[in-house]
Design a protein around this ligand. Structure first.
Ligand SMILES: N[C@@H](CCC(=O)N[C@@H](CS)C(=O)NCC(=O)O)C(=O)O
Length: 205
C-alpha cells in the first residue's frame, strides 16, 4: 500500500506513529508529495489532502482518522477501543473524545499557519484570534485531563502527542509548557517513544 504523505503534516505524523505503534510500517511505501500543488493527488482523494492511503487493490482511504483506524485493524491493536457484545469497551469514549480534542487543536494550529501564509494585508485577524482561543482552551482542557491519560497509549494520546509536537515545530515562541506543567511532563515522556522519535517533523517548507 502507498501512503501519500509529507514530512511536516501533523495528520500524516499521526498515522505514521500509529503504523509504528502497531508494527505495520514496513507494509507501506511512503510517497512524499505537496498536497497544495499536486493535482494528481485529487484523482485519488477529491479533497487533495495528505494523508491519503492507496491500498493494493487500488481502493483509497482518507483522512487520518480513517487511515489510523485501518492501520490499527491491520495490526490487530486496541488503539481504537471498540465495542463488545456487552457494549462499549472501557475507555472507548475517553479515547475517541481525546482524539477529537487533539485533532481540534491541530485544526486550529494548522489553520493559523495557513492563514499566516497570506500576505499581511490579506490575513484575517479575527480568524487568527479565534484559532488562538481554541488553542489556549484546548491546552487548558488537556492540562486538566492529563492525569486520566492512559499509560498504554490509545489514538487519543497519539493525537495529543502529535498536536503538541506540531506546536513545538511551528510555534516555538508559544511556550505552552509554562502554563501547562503537568501536560508538559506527560509529553516529555511520550515524545521519547520510538514511534514519536522516528516521525519528528522535518524543517518547515
Ligand atoms: N482532517 C484531515 C486533515 C488533513 C489536512 O488538512 N492535511 C493538510 C496538510 S497538514 C493538507 O493536505 N492540506 C492541503 C489542502 O488543504 O489543500 C485529516 O485528518 O487527514
Amino acid at each position: 500500500m502507498k501512503l501519500y504523505s509529507s514530512y511536516t503534516s501533523p495528520y500524516v505524523r499521526k498515522v505514521r506513529v500509529v503504523a509504528r505503534e502497531v508494527g505495520i510500517e514496513k507494509q507501506m511505501e511512503e510517497i512524499i508529495t505537496d498536497p497544495w500543488t499536486n493535482e494528481d493527488l485529487r484523482k485519488l482523494n477529491p479533497l487533495r489532502k495528505v494523508p491519503t492511503l492507496q491500498l493494493d487493490d487500488g481502493s483509497v482511504l482518507f483522512d487520518s482518522r480513517v487511515i489510523a483506524d485501518y492501520f490499527a485493524d491491520l495490526g490487530n491493536s486496541k488503539l481504537f477501543p471498540g465495542r463488545s457484545v456487552w457494549g462499549p469497551v472501557k475507555g472507548r469514549w475517553r479515547a475517541h473524545g481525546l482524539h477529537a480534542l487533539g485533532d481540534g487543536l491541530l485544526d486550529a494550529a494548522v489553520g493559523t499557519v495557513v492563514e499566516n501564509r497570506n500576505p499581511p494585508e490579506q490575513r484575517n485577524a479575527g480568524t487568527i484570534a479565534r484559532f488562538r482561543m481554541a488553542i489556549d482552551a484546548a491546552l487548558n482542557a488537556l492540562e486538566k485531563s492529563v492525569t486520566n491519560f492512559s499509560a498504554e497509549p490509545t489514538i487519543g494520546e497519539i493525537a495529543v502527542g502529535c498536536a503538541l509536537g506540531y506546536l513545538d515545530f511551528r510555534f516555538p515562541d508559544l511556550d505552552w509548557r509554562k502554563e501547562h506543567p503537568t501536560l508538559a511532563g506527560w509529553y516529555a515522556t511520550f515524545s521519547q517513544r520510538p514511534s514519536m522519535l522516528a516521525t519528528a517533523p522535518k524543517a518547515p517548507t
